[in-house]
Design a protein around this ligand. Structure first.
Ligand code: KIV
Ligand code: ZN
Length: 527
């Protein structure tokens, strides 16, 4: 990059930021996004990916929220080493005891205590006066300190709290032992200049704040979560709370990939570094999408399909001459494979393994065998197999849904003047069941037939079809969202035949619903 021109209108960072702690809350706040709930195995898979990404802190869940959440935090605490594992708790004794119990096996643990401080929360949610909020928060920190030295405090809805009261609460929790002060913009209300000034105000008015790490946690309701987080870094925040793909409550949280790449790309502005292995960003983003079935929009910064695509001829020409003309980051720096090597049915196991590794996946021999088998079957139907096809195969492999029902055969009949009909055969523990049904279209007929065989009634709330690669022989990837008693479940299906992909996606949702009903997966509930 060329030397940066001095910009006279720009205010300098208050001080070079140095190391920024990346606190990932995909497994906690991220999971609060409808349809993003994960079972324990999936959370562990994400926690391993976050470890490879090298985040500093993993907020693994909110142990009091449900038995499933407790077990997930405990499993992460038991199995993930080398990271700080964090659990959330309200300022209540039972929450803190539950968080401490779930975190007990962790080598390095943090209890994250929160208490709402804004007037609207005090009056209508907690029905408590200011002095009661201070007392609750202080007592909670003191209790959390009996389990670990590493205690974080969040004044929920901080950005809508009176600044002097905020300073009063924060001074009190520091005296009680809080080591990280997290300033949440809970409802995504702040704007960057104001949020930066709030951090500056707190640095000047909170007693003992220099002994703590200032953290920020921004929501994206006005699309400013990342901008607010970065403004806070310039004002002195040293921890940023964020999620993969910006997933989270409502419009989401600050996106990890955007925060990290902004800090890296604009080091001239922030003087900051993170420990993130940026080459793991894209594989982690894809893994999260594959586990939850929630894809990022095409034009999503850093990890979207179009983030490094140049359509206009003039741009393509510029990039070919010198990529810096239109690229401020290199795709390979965020783990997007540079070459689109094409494999075909004559490519051997070796070439396939090489490609899998080049795409950033580490899989066992058994997984490689299964993936290679799918690859050969696909290559039989499709002349050229692209990187995206291989990624879809690998992602489908990682979706460890317990396959109670397996698809054996599927046949549909549809036309302009006939009633769409589907005949479906499924296998359950070696026994085959066949049924037929009619519907508004072939996909609807398949879903009815699956419902009749499995006895699982789900309400389809979303259906998306995407071509994995270009061309008429492309694989179709179908994502469905279904409603199970008010809970959203997402699942995906993949095939060169889109009707089959539709059936596979719905069956995956049925299997996921059965796992949930059998207690293998629990959602997090709001505090
Ligand atoms: O958004 C928020 O305020 C939170 C807190 C619990 C940190 O998620
Ligand atoms: Zn939040």
């Amino acid at each position: 990059m060329p030397e940066k021109q001095e910009n006279v209108t720009e205010t300098p960072a208050d001080q070079p930021a140095g190391k920024i702690i990346i606190f990932d809350t995909t497994l906690r706040d991220g999971e609060q996004c409808p349809g993003a709930s994960m079972n324990i195995e999936e959370k562990l898979q994400m926690a391993r990916a976050l470890t490879a990404l090298n985040v500093d802190v993993i907020e693994a869940g909110f142990p009091i929220a449900s038995p499933g959440d407790f077990e997930a935090v405990k499993a992460v605490a038991e199995q993930i080493t080398g990271r700080i594992i964090c659990g959330l708790a309200r300022s209540l004794e039972k929450d803190i005891l539950r968080a401490a119990e779930a975190l007990a096996p962790a080598g390095r643990k943090r209890i994250h205590v929160f208490c709402a401080t804004s007037e609207v929360h005090r009056k209508f949610k907690l029905r408590k006066a200011k002095d009661q909020i201070v007392t609750m928060s202080v007592e909670a920190i003191k209790l959390a300190k009996t389990f670990t030295d590493d205690v974080e405090f969040s004044p929920e809805d901080a950005s809508r709290t009176e600044w002097d009261f905020l300073a009063q609460v924060l001074s009190a929790v520091i005296e009680a032992g809080a080591t990280t002060l997290n300033i949440p913009d809970t409802v995504g209300y702040a704007v960057p200049y104001e949020f930066g000034n709030l951090i500056r105000y707190l640095r000047e008015h909170v007693k003992g704040i220099e002994r703590t790490v200032i953290s920020v946690h921004c929501h994206n309701d006005l699309g400013m979560a990342v901008a607010n987080s970065l403004a806070a870094v310039r004002a002195g925040a040293r921890q940023v709370e964020c999620t993969i793909n910006g997933i989270g409550e409502r419009a989401g949280n600050a996106s990890l990939e955007e925060v990290v790449m902004a800090l890296k790309t604009r080091r001239d502005i922030f003087g900051a570094e993170t420990n993130i292995v940026t080459q793991r960003i894209y594989p982690t983003s894809r893994l999260f999408s594959s586990i939850t079935g929630i894809n990022v929009q095409r034009n999503k910064a850093v990890v979207g399909e179009n983030a490094f695509a140049h359509e206009a001829g003039i741009h393509q020409h510029g990039v070919l001459a010198n990529r810096e003309t239109y690229e401020i980051m290199r795709p390979e720096d965020v783990g997007i494979p540079a070459s689109k090597l094409v494999l075909g049915k004559h490519s051997g196991r070796h070439a396939f393994r090489d490609r899998v590794e080049a795409l950033g996946y580490k899989i066992s021999d058994a997984q490689l065998d299964a993936a290679f088998d799918l690859f050969i079957r696909l290559a039989d139907k499709k002349k050229n197999v692209y990187d995206e096809d291989i990624e879809s195969i690998l992602e489908a492999q990682t979706e460890r849904i317990v396959e109670t029902w397996k698809l054996v055969a599927l046949q549909t009949m549809a036309g302009t003047n006939s009633m769409p009909t589907a005949t479906v055969t499924l296998d359950k523990q070696g026994q085959q069941f066949t049924d037929a049904a009619t519907g508004d279209g072939p996909v609807d007929a398949i879903y009815s037939a699956i419902g009749r065989i499995t006895g699982v009634e789900l309400k389809l709330t979303d259906y998306q079809l995407r071509a994995v690669t270009g061309g008429k022989e492309a694989q179709g990837e179908v994502t469905v969202e279904v409603d199970l008693g008010g809970r959203k479940i997402r699942a995906r299906g993949l095939s060169t035949d889109i009707v089959e992909a539709s059936g596979r996606a719905y069956l995956a949702a049925v299997n996921r619903a059965l796992s949930i009903q059998n207690g293998k997966s629990q959602g997090i509930s709001q505090p």
